[in-house]
Design a protein around this ligand. Structure first.
Ligand code: HAM
Length: 426
């Protein structure tokens, strides 16, 4: 195939087996979230560019260089494919006036788009499940969301491979004071800053602390820590969170360098990280954004949320029985002759009506070739309808995966013979 017709770099097809795993993961997470009282929100993949600039922040990597932005030629509006879900969630909550009657627990799922350099675990179209709670002030909601993560990792059997890092970014005043100190410290060591850090020195100095450049590791280790300068309320909030996590038996480590790549955070930030996926080891991340609703023009309301990267979680949970193996049909129906074809379609419809997965052979061919297809389909049984069976209104049932005789029976007796219906796809 011409390269020009292949999928865009960093954007992947999900073939049926992978797509089934994706569905099962989202289905399971949806079930878990329903148990915690979260309702699904679906927003468009396109939003006005300004929404992301104002929420994620002008000096972030995402807004500076990673957004897929274009001008709508019909009206000159600048639009952007969503790089994340929190901004649209807050927009929708405000637009539909959801928040003021009662606090909201919401979740969403779907594709996000960032023009990053693709590598294992980092894609240009990737998928998130996001969880947001708006209108809750206390650390109990932060703890609840972390507990949701912990439950998911347990369910997926990956709890031994992930660890929780937490930090507090304090309130705006604490951040401003710390920022002044940090810039002064970094300026005093300007010769040690790489070009990226030099560029960020005044626009987003906190992000310099997130640098992976080993040449700056020592400088960063000695930098003034926001965590040591927290305002009293944020410090109490952080204490409350740690106590709730301890009570829930969830292990944590404080990572004072954890700053996150989006500007809307304050107080609690957290990441679930693994060493098993190479450089892209953060499978899930989030925190509080108490200022965002007010910043977008709503009556201020505190909020907290997180998003997990579906590709990364699926990669880590490769062996999880919860995501299962490819589903196989209960039966593959082979047939020969006009009357048999009509009976085959009718029998298959009846079985599907009973909840069984049945594939009907299409395209004709000799019985032997059809049987090879039946075998390759993974089906437990072949249902065989030849001219003889069709004339007598019967079908033959042949086990494909275990020994057993082929036997003739009436279409009505098939449901029982085939056993329990397959589990519906999650
Ligand atoms: P984020 O840290 O930018 O946060 O993304 C959350 C997760 O999405 C990451 O931890 C990672 O697993 C996954 N992810 C991000 N970028 C990529 C990529 N290029 N390829 C594959 N996976 C990726 C947010 O998006 C916030 N909206 C989370 C949040 C919700 N905070 C509060 N509410």
């Amino acid at each position: 195939m011409a390269e020009s017709l292949q999928a865009v770099r960093g954007m992947n097809d999900l073939l049926p087996e992978q797509a089934a795993r994706y569905r099962r993961l989202v289905g399971h997470v949806a079930d878990v979230l329903a148990r915690y009282g979260y309702g699904e929100l679906r927003t468009p993949v396109l939003e006005r560019t300004e929404l992301f600039v104002r929420t994620i922040g002008e000096a972030t990597d995402i807004v500076e260089k990673e957004m897929y932005t274009f001008v709508d030629t019909l009206n000159g509006e600048s639009l952007t494919l969503r790089p994340e879900g929190t901004a649209a969630c807050v927009r929708a909550v405000l637009q539909h006036n959801l928040i003021y009657g009662s606090p909201q627990r919401l979740w969403y799922e779907g594709p996000m788009f960032r023009h990053e350099r693709p590598q294992k675990g980092r894609y240009r179209q990737f998928h998130q499940i996001g969880v947001e709670a708006l209108g809750f002030l206390g650390p109990d909601i932060d703890a609840e969301q972390i507990m949701i993560g912990a439950r998911l990792w347990r369910d997926l059997g990956i709890e031994g491979q992930v660890r929780l890092e937490i930090n507090s970014l304090g309130d705006a005043a604490a951040r401003a004071a710390h920022r002044g100190e940090l810039v002064a410290y970094l300026e005093a060591h300007r010769e040690l800053l790489d070009s990226d850090a030099q560029r960020r020195l005044h626009s987003n100095p906190l992000r310099i602390l997130d640098s992976k450049n080993p040449a700056m590791a020592e400088l960063i280790a000695g930098a003034p820590r926001l965590l040591d300068r927290l305002d009293a309320e944020s410090a109490a909030h952080f204490d409350g969170l740690r106590r709730s996590l301890d009570a829930a038996g969830i292990g944590w480590t404080v990572n004072p360098r954890l700053v996150r790549g989006l500007d809307y955070y304050n107080r609690t930030v957290f990441e679930w990280v693994t060493d098993a996926l190479g450089a892209q080891g953060t499978i899930c991340a989030g925190g509080r954004y108490d200022g965002l609703v007010g910043q977008l023009g709503g009556r201020p309301a505190p909020a907290c949320g997180f998003a997990l990267g579906i590709e990364r979680v699926m990669a880590l949970a490769e062996q999880s029985s919860l995501l299962g193996s490819a589903s196989v049909p209960a039966a593959y129906l082979v047939h020969q002759g006009d009357a048999a074809g009509l009976l085959a379609a009718r029998v298959a419809e009846t079985l599907r009506g009973e909840g069984l997965a049945v594939v009907v052979h299409c395209g004709g061919g000799k019985f032997a070739a059809q049987m090879r297809r039946a075998d390759a389909s993974g089906a437990r049984y072949a249902i065989i309808i030849g001219e003889d069976e069709a004339a007598r209104g019967l079908v033959s049932l042949k086990p494909l995966r275990e020994s057993g005789e082929q036997r003739q029976l009436t279409p009505e007796a098939l449901v029982q013979a085939l056993g329990a219906p397959c589990a519906p796809a999650a």
